[in-house]
Design a protein around this ligand. Structure first.
Ligand code: ZN
Length: 275
């Protein structure tokens, strides 16, 4: 992917709406291109700033009122333009009055223009906000991309071991969370190692398990907004199954191309065995 193509996709990418292939190509380019990386960061920062701003759901009938208000403002501006000029221009002897009138006209015109601009901007922002996929979907998209990347880039593990006493301490000092690395070979899920990944702007622990021919990536994230007693929640995205559950103040996501019942079995075994 070249810089021009990336620029055309950047908006969609930052919204988390590019497909898997595009996402991988974009991330590959961003890893090598300082200019595009800076552009992407600037856009992401701006989006984050807007997201942080107070947001209230749009009340019913807002669209009609907005349109009515926009229409009103435009008519108002046209009247302002049409009216005072002809009255003031012929009064040559009293120049200060003309100037004053003109200034007055200018101010009113500016106010009218500003209110139209503000309403347009508000409507655009609202439209943009309503288009956003929710945070959970964005996160799931990122996790699926990370899962695919881990297998495409031959970067499945940073620490290769089936020994939980090797995998768990490896994360010490690398991230804030101590991931519950436990071997579940007896239940059919062999721990093969751990990896440091990058999810939602943070270094994240990924535990890697194997079940028959399937790789299971388990991402360990801070609880955030997920309640501690949240029941496992299954979803699927781009042909992968995901299962999310909360445990010991953490949120765990397991992702694989294995079946949903395989993931349910994994979560059960994990919950029963992990401290
Ligand atoms: Zn570039």
């Amino acid at each position: 992917m070249d810089c021009k193509t990336l620029a055309s996709l950047l908006d969609v990418y930052v919204d988390g709406e590019t497909d898997l292939t595009q996402t991988l190509l974009i991330e590959q380019h961003l890893a090598d291109c300082v200019a595009c990386k800076a552009r992407k960061q600037a856009l992401a920062d701006w989006r984050a700033m807007i997201r942080k701003a107070a947001y209230f759901p749009a009340p019913a009938g807002l669209r009609e009122r907005l349109e009515a208000a926009l229409q009103g403002s435009i008519e108002h501006v046209q009247i302002e333009i049409a009216a005072p000029i002809h009255k003031t221009v012929p009064l040559l002897p009293s120049m200060p009055r003309v100037a004053r009138r003109h200034r007055h006209f200018g101010q009113r015109w500016m106010a009218g223009f500003a209110s139209v601009a503000a309403l347009l901007l508000f409507a655009l922002n609202l439209n943009w906000y309503l288009r956003q996929p929710n945070a959970e979907t964005r996160l799931a998209t990122e996790l699926v991309a990370a899962h695919v990347r881990s297998q495409l880039a031959a970067h499945l593990t940073d620490v290769v071991s089936s020994d939980q006493h090797t995998v768990k301490p490896w994360f010490n000092g690398r991230i804030d969370i101590a991931p519950p690395a436990i071997d579940l070979a007896a239940q059919g899920y062999a721990l093969i190692g751990g990896r440091l990944d990058y999810i939602a702007g943070h270094g994240t622990a990924a535990l890697v398990y194997r079940h028959h021919e399937h790789v299971l990536n388990v991402f360990v994230l801070p609880a955030g907004a997920v309640p501690a007693d949240a029941k496992p929640e299954a979803s699927s995205l781009q042909g992968f199954h995901l299962l999310r559950w909360a445990q010991s103040g953490l949120v765990l996501w397991v992702i694989s191309d294995a079946s949903e019942s395989t993931l349910q079995g994994f979560a059960e075994a994990f919950k029963q065995t992990a401290p």
